[in-house]
Design a protein around this ligand. Structure first.
Ligand code: IFM
Length: 461
């Protein structure tokens, strides 16, 4: 029996949740991902993922952190569901760890791993929280990387088989599925910048991986449609305006190229049926007859993950023709250096509605900080509340201007393993005290609860 979460009652709500009413069925949620929170990396038959090996390589992750234990959500999921219920969220987006349900990536399913997701889904439904399942949030089984990973064309078939397994086991209860989370990030960071596994910088592998992830998306959509008629299917893309660090022609050209790789390489072929021109040339060697039709399968919604604008600069030495750049020092920035620009969020939503003509769910938005708690572990995260509040205002403006936005998920429910930054960057509404695994709702959790409650009651002027 899980005790009720503490930290919500008897606390002042930090700011007034006085915002206008969005559509009555607007989805209010929180997001997480498997490797970032589950832990239990070697338990109950889970196989290794590419992130297990990578995080254990010296120098890859800040402070030598790994996802071995993370938030121990594998064992504490019931407590985490209780936190969500207390917060009043209507939906929880999580990802299935492919190597937990198929330790070798293909072949024999791991029943103990599947049983974890059964328990999680049942617990969510019992708490009145809709499960939104994302099939891939970056933790590819190592066994499949050993066969070539996403650079291997057969990866589309591996992914379709994995999607079939998840559909057959969870599809009786889960009604929302997404294929990939932020393919623009894991392909660029993994195949060009060396920040993520497989940490290669190879043009052929990079462009092949982009195309094969798109093929895998289309193949999985076909499988999910065939097995689960009536479920609601989407894709989740990072979408953030790309700006030149200086307004020189060279930096502007660099920004346009990064825009293709970051914002368009997946949504364009998946929804509009074509790669942007420069990418189409670079990817052409990997495209076979019929591929573009295989990729462009009808989907029901587009998930957008947005945090801030990003920056590019020219780099003649880069095979891609651009380099990543930090946001200029003079722009308003979050504690971890990401630009704060709610107008960019509003415009991103409007542009995406216009370009892709699909209902939109904001599947991630949030603010990172290197914060610590007070003596009792409490965190008065006024900067995060200010960020979220201003970004929700921008979302509302987009809706008033005609954008079809139907939901919003905060990243993240919990502080968690923030990839290369390890546990130093915290994005949670709920603080995790890692040595004890104690969960401590931050002021922003109370703010989000009040915001949702006001919306659901319809009591906002
Ligand atoms: O933690 C990540 C998440 O895995 C993908 N989107 C951005 C988040 C914050 O960096």
């Amino acid at each position: 029996m899980v005790s009720p979460p503490s930290g919500f009652d008897g606390q002042a709500v930090p700011v007034s949740p006085g915002r206008r009413l969005l559509r009555p069925d607007f989805v209010w949620g929180v997001s997480t991902s498997s490797y970032q929170i589950e832990g239990a990396a070697r338990e109950d038959g889970r196989g290794p993922s590419i992130w297990d090996g990578f995080s254990h390589q010296p120098g890859r992750i800040a402070n030598g952190d790994t996802g071995d234990v993370a938030c121990d959500h594998y064992h504490r999921y019931a407590e985490d569901i209780a936190l969500m219920r207390e917060m009043g969220v209507g939906a929880y987006r999580f990802s299935v760890a492919w190597p937990r349900v198929l330790p070798e990536g293909r072949g024999i399913a791991n029943e103990r791993g599947i049983a974890f997701y059964d328990r999680l889904v049942d617990g969510l439904l019992a708490a009145g929280i809709e499960p939104w399942v994302c099939l891939y949030h970056w933790d590819l089984p190592q066994a499949l990387q050993d066969r070539g990973g996403w650079a291997e064309r057969d990866s589309a078939n591996w992914f379709a088989d994995y999607a079939r397994l998840v559909a057959s086991r969870l599809g009786d209860r889960v009604k929302r599925f997404a294929t990939f989370n932020e393919p623009g990030v894991f392909t660029l960071f993994g195949y060009a910048f060396g920040w993520h596994p497989p940490a290669v910088d190879d043009a052929a592998q990079h462009h092949a991986a982009i195309h094969h992830v798109n093929l895998a998306h289309g193949a999985a959509i076909d499988v999910l449609r065939a097995y689960l008629p009536g479920v609601s299917l989407g894709t989740i893309c990072n979408m953030q305006p790309v700006r030149p660090v200086d307004p020189t022609p060279a930096d502007c050209a660099a920004a346009a190229l990064l825009d293709d790789y970051w914002n368009r390489a997946f949504a364009d072929p998946q929804i509009r049926g074509a790669y942007p021109a420069v990418l189409a040339e670079r990817i052409a060697p990997f495209v076979q007859d019929g591929d573009m039709e295989r990729i462009r399968r009808p989907i029901d919604w587009l998930g957008i993950n947005h945090y801030s604008p990003i920056y590019a600069r020219a780099d003649a030495g880069s095979r891609l023709g651009f380099a990543w750049s930090d946001a200029p020092a003079e722009v308003p920035r979050s504690p971890i250096g990401w630009q704060i620009d709610p107008d960019a969020f509003r415009n991103t939503l409007l542009d995406a509605c216009d370009r892709y003509r699909l209902p939109i769910y904001v599947t991630e938005n949030g603010a990172g900080a290197e914060e610590s708690g007070d003596a009792a572990g409490a965190v008065n995260d006024v900067e995060r509340i200010d960020y979220l509040s201003r970004y929700l205002d921008a979302l509302e403006e987009a809706v008033l201007l005609g954008a079809d936005v139907r939901g919003y998920f905060v990243w993240s429910l919990l502080d968690n393993f923030e990839w290369g930054a390890g546990y130093a960057n915290r994005f949670g509404l709920v603080r995790v005290d890692y040595p004890t695994q104690r969960r401590i709702p931050k002021a922003s959790a109370r703010w989000y609860k009040a915001t949702i409650a006001a919306q659901v009651r319809g009591s906002v002027p």
